[in-house]
Write a protein that binds this ligand. Structure first.
Ligand SMILES: CSCCC(=O)C(=O)COP(=O)(O)O
Ligand SMILES: [Zn+2]
Length: 221
């Protein structure tokens, strides 16, 4: 009898995936989630699985942060976007959970990028990303989408290599244009909170519109 490993971590990712699915952020097979279980090993959702109804076998382990992994023992393939997770875990020691979702709002906001980033509104919520003063003008990076996912991972590594990523004005998150939001945290709960609060910020931005102000309501002057 084989004793399955990391059952608590798998259960946690299955619960988070189901929650995000019901929010409309991981519709169908979209999005992927991972959690680090050792310095160079993480569990990640298998590719092409329905994110609202994952089972234990839909979480596969990946050992190594630099080479693309093959299929797991049960024939499941790691997420097609595994190289993005590898890039984050290899470059950021503080990242122990990485969540990637496809929400409508994050894709709308990604269209408003200028100079590869979007300015976030000075909402109190942004403090949940670890910043002290939301009024200072925080921007979220926007990477180009590429069919070849390893190109996105390479662009991300380049971004991490630039000093400003590590200064306090950069956030533990980025958008891929017309694709979705990726966030990391010190643990599953932190990544979970960060996804939820950024999605709140994006909903606010979409309600305000690209100019950042709501149109006057008919009948009010
Ligand atoms: C239908 S979503 C297209 C692929 C994608 O962007 C994604 O997030 C899911 O890919 P995975 O291989 O992780 O299932
Ligand atoms: Zn994706």
């Amino acid at each position: 009898m084989s004793i399955s490993q990391w059952t608590a971590e798998k259960d946690e990712l299955i619960r988070v995936s189901s929650h995000f699915y019901h929010k409309g952020w991981m519709v169908g097979t979209s999005g992927n989630l991972s959690v680090r279980v050792a310095p160079d090993t993480f569990l990640i959702t298998a590719s092409g699985r329905p994110k609202g109804m994952l089972g234990d076998e839909d979480l596969v382990s990946v050992k190594g942060l630099y080479e693309l992994p093959g299929p797991s023992g049960n024939g499941r393939k790691p997420s097609a976007e595994v190289s993005i997770h590898q890039a984050i875990y290899s470059e950021l020691r503080e990242a122990n959970a990485v969540f990637h979702i496809h929400s409508v709002e994050s894709n709308i906001v990604s269209e408003w990028a200028s100079d590869h980033s979007v300015l976030l509104p000075p909402l109190e919520m942004i403090k949940g990303l670890g910043v002290k003063d939301p009024s200072l003008g925080y921007r979220i990076d926007v990477l180009e989408n590429h069919l070849d996912v390893s190109r996105i991972a390479l662009d991300l590594k380049r971004l991490f290599a630039q000093d400003q990523v590590f200064n306090e004005f950069h956030l533990p998150a980025f958008l891929i244009r017309h694709h979705g939001l990726t966030v990391w945290g010190n643990d599953v709960l932190e990544a979970f909170h960060r996804i939820e609060l950024l999605e709140y910020v994006f909903r606010f931005m979409v309600a305000m519109g690209p100019s950042g102000s709501t149109p006057p309501m008919a009948g009010f002057h």
